[in-house]
Design a protein around this ligand. Structure first.
Ligand SMILES: [Zn+2]
Length: 326
């Protein structure tokens, strides 16, 4: 199942998302023949995209793009506000190695493209760190000024990731206070030994800066223990309850993610109709069939002469005027 699970750790002034993608992988990775190490980085980038785009409220697209001079030339993931996700990579034929070998020295850009005429937003950083998760943490720290911890994992059958972010100063205290109010009516399930560690909401609300720092330090220490195997093995709630075993973790309604390219038969058909019958016939005459590959996912579309006849006949029957197409 593909899903994005939002959560809040009120007592620690932290919030985050967990992501899992198991559907659509064969298709998205199948159209292009990626070397395993390239597929690994692409998989991690695909897991990261929903985590990074989760707070996007306006209609539009979030792009995470890597460009490099090494064996990995280009890696792009795109996700929209409905969490429709796609990704691709361009690489040298013999591209192999870990994150550093493939991506070090390149540039990582995060881009928000709003629908319509909203303002584009772009932030770019040089790739540093030992893994994509580290590069993204550094990106967040620098360009967003938000303390963020990210863990990513990709295997052939599952992409998974976890992002935990420190709530802005003050907001953590408010959340803690709200959670405190709820806890009074409804004690958290994991009460037992957390007494000594538990933050007194009133204390946090009083604005002692050290409490906030200690809380984040605690989250940081726990997140360091999370391995790629943990991400592969556990469901979101299981994982969160294991990592933050002493804390109350509130999870919210999960959101579905669709791993799919935007290309389609309808889109390619429209393009051929836009070219016009003469143009398409001349390709048929030269090559026997019209073969088109999606520039993004690499998926192949093929129209033999009978398909072309049927396509234009259907279009004429539907009364569409080619001149209005583009
Ligand atoms: Zn495509």
């Amino acid at each position: 199942m593909n899903q994005l699970l939002p959560f809040l750790i009120p007592g620690r002034g932290a919030r985050g998302y967990w992501v899992q993608i198991t559907e659509g992988l064969e298709t998205m990775f199948g159209w292009r023949d990626y070397p395993p190490d390239v597929a690994q980085q692409l998989g991690e980038a695909l897991a990261a995209a929903p985590l990074l785009a989760a707070d996007m409220t306006q209609a539009g697209r979030f792009n995470l793009q890597f460009q490099g001079e090494g064996p990995l030339k280009l890696l792009v993931t795109q996700i929209d506000a409905q969490l429709r996700l796609r990704g691709m990579a361009k690489h040298a034929p013999d591209a192999a190695g870990d994150f550093q070998a493939l991506m070090k020295g390149g540039l990582l850009a995060a881009m928000i493209e709003p629908e319509g005429d909203g303002e584009r937003y772009q932030a770019m950083v040089e790739v540093v760190g030992l893994a994509l998760s580290e590069a993204l943490q550094i990106y967040f720290g620098r360009s967003e000024q938000l303390q963020t911890l990210i863990r990513l994992s990709a295997s052939e059958g599952k992409l998974a990731g976890l992002l935990v972010q420190r709530l802005p100063e003050g907001e953590g205290a408010r959340s803690a206070r709200a959670a405190g109010a709820r806890s009074a009516a409804q004690p958290p399930a994991l009460g037992g030994e957390s007494g000594g560690e538990h933050v007194d909401p009133d204390h946090a609300a009083a604005g002692s800066g050290n409490v906030d720092n200690d809380n984040w330090e605690h989250v940081y220490t726990l997140m360091r223990t999370v391995t790629p195997d943990d991400l592969q093995k556990w469901s979101g709630e299981e994982l969160l309850n294991r990592i933050f075993a002493e804390d109350e973790v509130r999870v919210f309604e999960p959101r579905p993610i669709e791993l799919v390219c935007r290309c389609s038969d309808a889109q390619i058909s429209a393009m051929l109709l836009g070219l016009g019958r003469d143009e398409v016939d001349s390709v048929l005459a030269e090559q026997g069939a019209v073969a088109i590959n999606c520039e993004f996912c690499g998926r192949g579309y093929r129209y033999d002469p009978a398909d072309v006849v049927a396509l234009f006949a259907a279009d004429a029957a539907s009364g569409n005027d080619q001149a209005t197409r583009h």
